[in-house]
Design a protein around this ligand. Structure first.
Ligand SMILES: [Fe+2]
Ligand SMILES: [Fe+2]
Length: 430
């Protein structure tokens, strides 16, 4: 059997003189250092150690150079024969040095769907490894890796702790759903509102932006710790960071577009967000930020959207909420997957929520936020409307708790565990 995966010079094609089991290349009259290596080295790399390559050459100085190259590279020079046409065929067995790990991806053809090529299809073809080797560095998953590379400072090296199977699908959705904070919000539809209502909008947007800042900083901290074999996780986090940047951008723009300006940042919020930023465990951070925090934030955004006093506010909040829904999905997928693979995880998550609750003392929802959300739902300060706004705000707190419970059960917690975790959740919402 003669394979010819590489030919020396197109017109000549592969030599046909290889012995059984060998791979053959024809380097024509190329000198070894003048191009022949570019043909024979990749052909040799296809072979396992001990595999034999035939190299046909018509170059006069080739034999001597080839013999010394084989010695230097620790390949086994098996000798040469010169044929009646004057060409010399060398046979060389591949040595064991520098053999890259893993199979080659020869022949891989990714499926296309209506002309599109999805990250989810790449992941299906090249699945996440159960464990990743820090010595493979930034080698893309699926590349052959030469041994002996330096260990990289990454510690998220286990699939079940970092890379749920939904990752690539969520990445595809995130890429397709990007929008422009400058042009995709009808900024000319910011209403001319009574000052008290506009100030309530400014305060609400200040609070939203402050929480969004934490949602940018917290995942950013974990991104460089993800092993590159789980690149889709880092890519999804990268898009998530772009989402959060856009949310900060639109919320601050809305606060300043209608005359209200920014409001107050409360200590309760600051304490709550610091306790998020101080998380060192990726799963605990994803749970606190994305399942409990951003999950609760979804209800808050829906509330602001429902009571939005103008079209610009309604649109920007709806767009942010669509992005947040993906962030919550990833958090849920991560936690559900990790819970299924680690029986000690619930205890750790409950302890993390308790530690966080202890730093909050008996703080409630920040006062300026309560007032702003009440006035927002009242659409002003007319007393009977404010009574309705007050009821709407109380209903929001109830709804947040109910939906947190549902999300937690969906993530794999028992109803009792869900109740405990939801009751301990920060009064800052995020
Ligand atoms: Fe956000
Ligand atoms: Fe988010």
């Amino acid at each position: 059997m003669s394979e010819a995966p590489a030919s020396g010079r197109g017109a000549r094609g592969a030599a046909g003189s290889a012995s059984a089991g060998a791979v053959a290349v024809d380097v024509g009259d190329l000198p070894l250092g003048g191009g022949a290596l570019a043909v024979l080295r990749p052909a040799l790399a296809l072979l396992a150690p001990g595999g034999v390559l035939s190299v046909r050459s018509t170059s006069s100085g080739f034999s001597e150079d080839f013999a010394s190259w084989c010695r230097a590279e620790r390949h086994d020079d098996l000798g040469a024969e010169t044929g009646p046409d004057g060409a010399t065929t060398h046979r060389v067995a591949r040595g064991a040095d520098g053999v890259a790990r893993g199979p080659r991806e020869d022949g891989m053809r990714l499926p296309r769907r209506d002309g599109a090529l999805l990250a989810a299809d790449v992941l299906a073809a090249v699945p996440f490894p159960a464990r990743a080797d820090p010595g493979s560095g930034f080698a893309p998953r699926g590349a052959q890796v030469e041994p002996g590379g330096p260990a990289y400072p990454v510690d998220l090296v286990e699939r079940d702790r970092v890379a749920p199977p939904e990752t690539a699908r969520l990445y595809d959705q995130a890429v397709a759903a990007q929008w422009d904070a400058a042009r995709d919000v009808p900024w000319d539809r910011v209403g001319a509102l009574p000052p008290a209502l506009e100030r309530a909008v400014g305060q609400t947007m200040t609070f939203l932006a402050e929480n969004e800042l934490s949602a940018l900083w917290v995942p950013a901290k974990f991104l460089p710790r993800v092993h590159p074999a789980y690149a889709e996780v880092a890519m999804l986090l990268g898009i998530t960071l772009a989402d959060e940047a856009r949310h900060i951008d639109v919320f601050l723009k809305r606060a300043r577009a209608g005359g209200g300006g920014l409001g107050v940042s409360h200590v309760t919020t600051s304490r709550s967000l610091l306790s998020l930023l101080e998380q060192e465990d990726f799963t605990e951070a994803m749970f606190l930020l994305s399942v409990l925090g951003e999950g609760t934030f979804l209800d808050l955004l829906r509330y602001v959207e429902t009571h939005a006093p103008d079209e610009a506010t309604a649109v920007l909040v709806a767009r942010a909420r669509a992005d947040e829904t993906r962030h919550v999905h990833f958090g849920l997928a991560h936690v559900r997957h990790a819970l299924a693979h680690d029986s000690t995880l619930y205890g750790r998550l409950e302890a993390a929520v308790r530690r966080r609750a202890a730093t909050m003392g008996d703080a409630g929802v920040p006062p300026a936020v309560q007032d702003a959300l009440t006035v927002l739902a009242a659409r002003g300060t007319e007393p009977r409307a404010v009574a309705r706004g007050h009821e709407a705000f109380r209903a929001l707190l109830h709804e947040m708790h109910e939906n947190r419970m549902k999300r937690l059960v969906h993530a794999g917690f028992t109803p009792e565990q869900a109740q405990t975790l939801s009751d301990l959740h920060t009064p800052n919402f995020m």
